[in-house]
Design a protein around this ligand. Structure first.
Ligand code: GLC
Length: 521
């Protein structure tokens, strides 16, 4: 089925709504602000817009703690404002994915409130509870994605509830058929309003081991360690990627199919690709599984190759690719910052746009933005302790749209919810769109060239032997090549250059330059 899907040759764009554009001058992004900026996405050549959660939320995890899945948080506007964004996006030929958060709710959700207040009600079993062991220990040894323990005591009942994230994000019990019914209705509610699909938050979790067995421990772990070190100290056999999850996504797939909608799962897990494969395979569950390897690698030919090869060789269905998101430091910063970081990020974009699958940009990536720099007192992310660089705020600073106070993000004189983090006039969309040699124009041209190469959609990736300095692969007669070194290097083939990210000439690639080439055969 998959070859004819509308997302097949598309390019996506993630808008972190809080920091995208503020229309009502309260310093927080919203739908009215977004409406105004959709033209920018059309100018850039975007096909799919993914909007991060906008539901009613106490904002402990900035919207990934949902208190009502069928209502818009007043900070972001009204359902009418939402409808206007969907309508305009569709008129611009942009499809819209919304972020659905099924692993957990907010502790303020009425289901959880009822579960606490009336333990006899049906809502108790919407969540995952465990009796307190007599020896005073926790129900099992699971650690959370944010580090730390995953169990919090409900003192009234003496039972613990499970949370893979914050204590304010209790995990739903996906073994309860009522929870499945509730989410069927939620999906239909938004599909009926015209959304084109869902980005499924933490899709690799959802169902938990029925007996809540402890995970085998494979390394040392304590609460003071960095959250991923704590996570990697366990073999996650029982908390995530349970085989029953695929049944949920098959059910969602049947609903999505009625509307021609896309299911894009947050499915990144390095260690259990065989289990992940089940979630995305066959086209009858999750259509596209996000792979975040490009957010966790160095600028190194071997690492780039293995980052691409690993999921491509083991996951049989669609893959989503991104080098940036609202959860990780921006790639310009990760790859060295400044002009070097910017050149490398653009080159990596050339490669990601060449891979089989669905590439996504994150807002501001097209402007070549590094992570915003924040003073410790500005920190708002609940994770990462006191260190502003350990949390996710740096990647979430507001979009710089135009020079001047408010930077076109909010009204002049209004403090944005997070500081701009050191943005300059040259960083803004307005300045870059008026300057043909800007990063924004480089991305726009890249997307236009890639769009024209419809023939690659049906072609598998073939690696081209290219040594330590250069990464190169083909899709049919089109090659994607990047020089991952500090010296000029030759392309390992002859051809007509269709796009280049820098100023090299002929078959020469400057340091960190990438190109798209029609190979002469
Ligand atoms: C996902 C989101 C992240 C959020 C978490 C919990 O990983 O991308 O921002 O904190 O899920 O919902």
């Amino acid at each position: 089925m998959s070859t004819q899907q509308w997302w097949n040759h598309a390019v996506g764009y993630e808008a972190y709504i809080r920091s995208f554009a503020d229309g009502n001058g309260d310093g927080v992004g919203d739908f009215v602000g977004m409406l105004d900026k959709l033209d920018h996405l059309a100018w850039l050549g975007i096909d799919i817009l993914w909007i991060t959660p906008f539901y009613v939320s106490p904002m402990r995890d900035w919207g990934y703690d949902v208190a009502d899945y069928a209502a818009i948080d007043p900070t972001y506007g009204t359902l009418d404002d939402f409808d206007a964004v969907i309508d305009k996006a569709h008129r611009l030929n942009i499809r819209v994915l919304i972020d659905i958060v099924p692993n957990h709710t907010s502790d303020q959700h009425r289901w959880f409130q009822a579960a606490l207040a009336e333990p006899e009600s049906k809502y108790r079993d919407y969540y995952v509870w465990a009796d307190a062991p007599e020896d005073g220990s926790l129900p099992n040894n699971w650690v959370g994605y944010f580090g730390g323990k995953t169990w919090t005591l409900d003192e009234a009942s003496g039972q613990y509830y499970l949370h893979l994230f914050l204590p304010e994000q209790p995990d739903l019990n996906w073994r309860n058929p009522d929870v499945l019914d509730e989410f069927d209705d939620i999906l239909r509610f938004w599909l009926d309003r015209g959304v084109d699909g869902f980005r499924i938050d933490v899709a690799q979790a959802l169902v938990k081991d029925e007996q809540l067995r402890s995970n085998p421990q494979i390394g040392p772990s304590d609460d003071s360690m960095f959250r991923w070190e704590q996570w990697d100290a366990f073999d996650h056999q029982h908390d995530i990627l349970q085989p029953e999850s695929v049944d949920i996504f098959k059910r969602w797939n049947r609903i999505a199919s009625e509307y021609g909608a896309l299911l894009l799962g947050e499915t990144y897990d390095l260690k259990m690709l065989d289990k992940l494969d089940r979630l995305v395979s066959g086209g009858d569950a999750i259509h596209v599984g996000f792979w975040f390897g490009a957010m966790h690698m160095d600028w190194d030919a071997g690492q780039i190759r293995s980052t691409f090869d690993f999921p491509l060789s083991q996951i049989s269905a669609g893959l989503g690719w991104a080098q940036n998101s609202h959860d990780e430091h921006r790639s310009v910063t990760r790859f060295g910052g400044g002009d070097v970081g910017r050149r490398r990020a653009l080159s990596l974009a050339v490669l990601l746009l060449g891979l089989p699958g669905l590439p996504f940009l994150y807002q501001g990536e097209e402007l070549g933005l590094p992570s915003g720099e924040l003073p410790p007192e500005a920190k708002l992310d609940p994770i990462g302790g006191d260190d502003p660089n350990a949390g996710r705020d740096g990647t979430r600073t507001p979009m710089p749209w135009a020079p001047g106070p408010g930077m076109g993000f909010t009204s002049p004189g209004v403090e944005p919810w997070l500081p701009f983090g050191g943005r300059t006039d040259a960083d803004t969309a307005e300045v870059q769109r008026n300057e043909p040699t800007s990063t924004a124009h480089a991305y726009r041209e890249l997307l236009a060239v890639r769009r024209s190469l419809t023939s690659i959609a049906g072609e598998d990736l073939t690696w081209i032997d290219s040594g330590d300095h250069v990464v190169a692969f083909r899709r049919g007669d089109i090659a994607f090549v990047a020089n991952v070194s500090e010296v000029a290097s030759a392309m390992p083939f002859d051809g007509d250059v269709l796009y280049r990210s820098d100023a090299g000439t002929g078959q020469t690639l400057l340091a960190d330059e990438a190109a798209i080439v029609r190979v002469r055969t």
